[in-house]
Design a binder for this molecule. Structure first.
Ligand SMILES: *Cc1c(COP(=O)(O)O)cnc(C)c1O
Length: 817
């Protein structure tokens, strides 16, 4: 029963919203559009956050607290409004206020566009980290690029992915503050002259292009924080808005060329994930980001403290993957060319400040730049890297005196390429992997030779996710249930998750827990109906694989398994006693043909399965369009099964796996990345593991013992499933069969058939899925108990734990009080 509302907070919110509507939009509650209502409501909480932010930034400076610069080419933030309300502890009050005004609050939240300034896990990690840094009151600033267009929006038309531009800034972005007074100049191209003067060697850079870097700051409100973090996004602008002089002289093209050179830099986010392209514009973006950030960091420190030698006491820089690596030579340049430091002096500072997080060991993802392209665009940075390389190789020779092959392999420059990961390993104070397994692989494999020389440099810190967004915001009912059963404040203390362990044996708790899952499934069903016109059975088992589309993530393995089940149900109508809904969500990089082909395949399989009278009531395949943070927030809480199928050794950590676990989906996965640690947390009874281990995969590669052709010949199930790809039973979107995929499995590319071991792992996957299904159908109470245990053990995967570890082992930041 609802009692008449006396809550003064709610009244205050209503009055604030009305004032904002009047003052900022010249409208009233009755006449306002949804967009105006969103902006007025967001403006109210924004006022509170701004106040806290301004105050704490000043105090941080006055106290001279050390600060983290978290540099990343991507920040996949998701919507801010609901998150800011939750972290400010006023979500319920706002919801009630809007409802009192007769407005559906969910509709208002849905007005906000999702700033998609990232591709996938790497960008989302950066966003979770800012939330935790802010929550833990650690002074931090995230530095990135204000891409005018984020990652594309995905539509599925005739079974294929179609990319639509993501004009996320169209209606304005209410959370940012432009800071024109902090504009920096970034220089590209030109030539370098070395002048010997009375003060020694002076470097002169001339004939360069100047681009202005204008920062836009966004406050990141952590949970009950006193010190909101800052996300600083740099936008590129031409120095002369328009070159009137050239224009007047009739040189119209020159007049606009400059502004084009500049403004294209922050136009779009490159849509490739875990794949490196070596494009000039991308190099421009990275230098733009790193140069602006380093210049401002130096200027700021000089202004506050005077002496740049003390910089390492006041600043730590974390480089999220190699994208921002140019910050290293750029800081060398500033210290030497602009501040008069000698090489050793500059190097000493740089080697204390920078740390590097590696996110992948896959060769195609390791960043390399063509030396000639690099030299033209960044002539001075090129010189500095050449010297770094020379000195590094000399040092290596003292450790490996007779091994030039090893030194060539470890060098920063080789085969006319500049290798960013090697640069980071050469210079950085700490190099970390993102799960224990991945950290081990860095030591034994990718950076093995460097690890032998500098073992103290390498460490592993397992990724995490913020439980504010991924539990409180995405699954409020489950969050309340846990909170009701623990003492203390769950959102501020991830250690409390464990306290619900005993509830796994409490029938009443489990009943409530299961009922929440059922309601989340209904919420998803409603969402799919509304957004895509698709009806799903909310009482079915919901099996979800959502993440970027990549061959190593093996959406193809899931496809083959669905084909297998389809064939079984056709043969035996009783094969599945309860229906299953298979849900995929995945964007493919627009240039990644094989990935797009797999999307087409998923939709073909869906067409076949969903329309066949023999199977349509037993199985359904759904492809959810435009997988993004907002979609994930609806999808993950509804999942029963979390599909984590990467080829062992290739998923550095994964964070999707953690979101599912926290929301009570059971993992069906390989021993890869953080799956290994989920296994360790929950124990073997509460997770479903299949497939080859890293050691098994490595041994098959080393001794070339894997031959999918043999498996194909000997295993009739595999034969039947593979043949389906080319037999013509699948509806053929775009008139083509799936012979390329078939070929790649059996004959391969560059003579490596099935390089992701899909067919090798399929039999053990089929077997493990049967156990999953049996457990879900026939031992449902046990299933729910396992789900509760997963939630209870998910506290370890809160990014608060991750950030605490980074801070202890790498940054040593003080807490703002
Ligand atoms: C968490 C997340 C990812 C990462 O998922 P993985 O399964 O770890 O690859 C990618 N995209 C979005 C939108 C996410 O929220």
């Amino acid at each position: 029963m609802k009692i008449v509302n006396n809550n003064s907070k709610v009244k205050e919110i209503i009055s604030n919203v009305e004032n904002k509507l009047n003052n900022n939009f010249g409208t009233t509650l009755e006449e306002a559009t949804r967009d105006e209502l969103y902006k007025a409501g967001a403006g109210c909480i924004r006022d509170d956050i701004m106040h806290l932010w301004t105050k704490s930034r000043k105090k941080t400076e006055d106290l001279g607290l050390k600060k983290l610069y978290y540099m990343s080419a991507e920040f996949l933030m998701g919507r801010a409004y609901s998150n800011n309300l939750i972290n400010s502890g006023v979500f319920r009050d706002y919801k009630e206020a809007f409802e009192k005004m007769g407005i559906d609050f969910d509709d208002i939240l849905d007005e906000e566009s999702d700033p998609g300034l990232g591709n996938g896990g790497l960008g989302r990690l950066a966003a979770c980290f800012l939330d935790s840094l802010s929550t833990l009151n650690l002074p931090a600033i995230g530095c990135g690029i204000r891409y005018e267009y984020g990652l594309f929006q995905q539509k599925i038309i005739d079974g294929s992915q179609v990319e639509v531009e993501d004009d996320w800034l169209r209606d304005g972005f209410v959370w940012e503050v432009e800071r024109p007074e902090l504009t920096m100049e970034v220089r590209f191209n030109g030539e370098i002259r070395e002048n010997w003067t009375e003060d020694g060697l002076k470097i002169e850079h001339y004939n360069y292009h100047t681009v202005l870097a204008v920062p836009y700051d966004v406050p990141v409100m952590g949970y009950k924080t006193n010190a909101p973090a800052t996300l600083r996004l740099w936008s590129a602008k031409s120095k002369q808005n328009f070159d009137l002089h050239s224009f007047n002289e009739g040189r119209y093209e020159k007049a606009s060329a400059d502004s084009e050179f500049a403004e294209v830099i922050s136009k779009v986010l490159y849509p490739a994930d875990d794949h490196m392209q070596g494009k000039l514009l991308r190099l421009k973006q990275f230098y733009f980001l790193t140069s602006a950030t380093m210049q401002l960091m130096v200027k700021h420190h000089k202004g506050k403290r005077g002496d740049l030698h003390t910089l390492p006491e006041y600043a730590a820089v974390q480089i999220n993957d190699t994208h921002p690596t140019l910050a290293i030579p750029e800081l060398m340049r500033i210290l030497m060319d602009e501040e008069g430091f000698g090489w050793e002096e500059a190097e000493d500072i740089v080697s204390q400040i920078f740390n590097y997080t590696n996110h992948t060991i896959m060769a195609e993802a390791l960043e390399c730049w063509d030396e000639n392209m690099f030299k033209l665009l960044l002539p001075r940075i090129y010189q500095i890297i050449c010297v770094m390389n020379q000195k590094y190789c000399e040092r290596l020779r003292t450790y490996y005196p007779n091994d030039e092959a090893k030194i060539a392999y470890m060098a920063i420059i080789g085969n006319n390429q500049i290798r960013m990961a090697n640069l980071c390993v050469a210079v950085c104070h700490r190099v970390n992997g993102v799960s224990q397994l991945h950290g081990d692989i860095l030591k034994t494999n990718l950076f093995h030779d460097s690890y032998n020389i500098y073992p103290q440099k390498f460490l592993a810190i397992t990724n995490g996710i913020t439980h504010r967004r991924w539990l409180a915001l995405a699954n409020p009912e489950l969050c309340d249930l846990i909170q009701d059963n623990v003492r203390g404040d769950l959102l501020g203390d991830y250690r409390l998750f464990e306290k619900i362990m005993p509830m796994a044996d409490d029938a009443e708790f489990c009943r409530k827990y299961d009922a929440i899952k059922q309601r989340n499934k209904r919420r998803l069903a409603k969402y799919l109906k509304q957004k895509q016109g698709i009806e799903i059975n909310p009482d079915s088992l919901i099996d979800v694989q959502c993440k970027r589309l990549h061959e190593y993530k093996r959406q193809l393995l899931k496809c083959l398994h669905i084909i297998y089940l389809y064939k079984q149900v056709k043969k035996n109508p009783d094969f599945l006693s309860k229906p299953i809904t298979f849900i995929f969500g995945a964007k493919a990089a627009p240039g990644y043909q094989r990935a797009k082909e797999i999307i087409r395949l998923i939709n073909s399989i869906g067409d076949m399965v969903n329309n066949d009278p023999a199977t349509k009531d037993k199985m359904q395949v759904v492809f959810v369009e435009n997988y993004s943070v907002s979609v994930a927030e609806v999808l993950i809480p509804a999942a029963d099964i979390s599909e984590q199928l990467s080829t062992a050794g290739l998923e550095a950590s994964g964070t999707g796996n953690m979101k599912f676990m926290m929301n009570g989906a059971l993992t069906l996965g390989t021993m890869d990345g953080a799956n290994v640690e989920i296994f360790e947390q929950v124990g073997k009874e509460n997770i479903f593991i299949f497939g080859a281990t890293v050691d098994e995969i490595n041994s098959m590669k080393q001794y070339r013992t894997y031959n999918p052709g043999t498996i194909f010949e000997q295993n009739p199930m595999i034969r039947e499933v593979c043949n389906c790809l080319i037999a013509g039973e699948l509806p053929r979107y775009g008139k083509r069969k799936y012979s390329d995929i078939y070929q790649s499995l059996l004959f391969g590319e560059h003579n490596i058939p099935d390089q992701y071991f899909v067919l090798y792992d399929l039999p053990s996957y089929v077997e493990e899925f049967e156990k999953v299904y049996d457990m879900y159908i026939n031992h449902h109470d046990e299933w729910v108990k396992k789900a509760v245990i997963n939630t209870a053990k998910s506290g370890f995967f809160s990014s608060d734990r991750t950030i605490e570890e980074y801070n202890e082992k790498i940054w040593n930041l003080p807490t703002y009080k």
